[in-house]
Design a binder for this molecule. Structure first.
Ligand code: TYD
Length: 219
């Protein structure tokens, strides 16, 4: 029986700019983990809960979105995060599941803090308030050059680009640099994978990193 007072699960967050291939790799890692008999919970930010999906709509699709100031954006993203942590992630960790989160608190640090230039202290404090003590055990940054990321966004845009996707190249350069900086700051937690490689190679590198850092065995 899992010890109810202590979380036994593992939280892995995936980060990177748009078009970095996070969702493909999350699905592949989920499959490998399930083959080991592990319970896998995949969730995404913003969203992952009904409240979070509504918040996501305000942020990315609201017609007045362009008028949204950076502070509001930060508070909305972190509000969605507070909800998914308590509603989905923390209970799953208590059950012993492996939670794969498509974006987590580093997205706010990088997009709102670094790319939108909000001061680091309040961003970190608000982030920590939102997640409580639920920090990722491992964070996988899939890194692609900004030009590649922008080209992929344009290619896949079946509909009009959303508010975040309309940002200019300078914004996305800051996002990329921000993630690389985080990886330097937190080398025990953050692993950078070269996202220009084939999906199979990326999958293998992620699996090797997960084994090395988390040593996941059969449940
Ligand atoms: P979405 O289409 O859901 O995700 P993705 O690009 O990962 O496929 O859009 C989420 C957008 O919101 C994306 O541009 C990143 C941005 N974002 C932030 O700016 N801050 C945050 O804290 C989070 C979680 C996302």
């Amino acid at each position: 029986m899992p010890n109810k007072s202590k979380p036994t699960g593992i939280l892995v967050s995936f980060e990177g700019s748009e078009g970095s291939g996070k969702s493909t790799q999350i699905a592949r890692l989920a499959q490998r983990l399930q083959q080991l008999g592990r319970e896998v919970v995949a969730t995404r930010e913003p969203g992952g809960t009904e409240i979070g999906e509504q918040i996501r709509n305000i942020i990315v699709h609201n017609s007045k979105g362009d008028e949204m100031c950076a502070e509001t954006e930060l508070l909305l993203f972190t509000a969605a995060r507070a909800q998914v942590v308590r509603e989905v992630i923390a209970p799953a960790l208590l059950r012993g599941a492996v939670v794969l989160s498509d974006r987590y608190l580093d997205s706010s640090t990088v997009y709102q803090g670094i790319a939108r230039n909000l001061a680091p202290d309040p961003v970190n404090q608000i982030n920590r308030f939102a997640v409580g003590n639920v920090m990722p055990d491992m964070t996988i940054v899939i890194d692609v050059p900004t030009e590649v990321s922008l080209a992929r966004i344009r290619q896949r845009a079946s509909d009009l680009p959303d508010r975040m996707e309309r940002e200019n190249i300078e914004f996305y350069k800051k996002v990329r640099e921000g993630y690389l900086l985080l990886a330097q700051q937190w080398p025990e937690r953050v692993v950078v994978i070269d996202g220009t490689q084939s999906p199979d190679v990326i999958e293998q590198e992620i699996w090797a990193g997960v084994q090395e850092r988390l040593g996941l065995a059969r449940a």
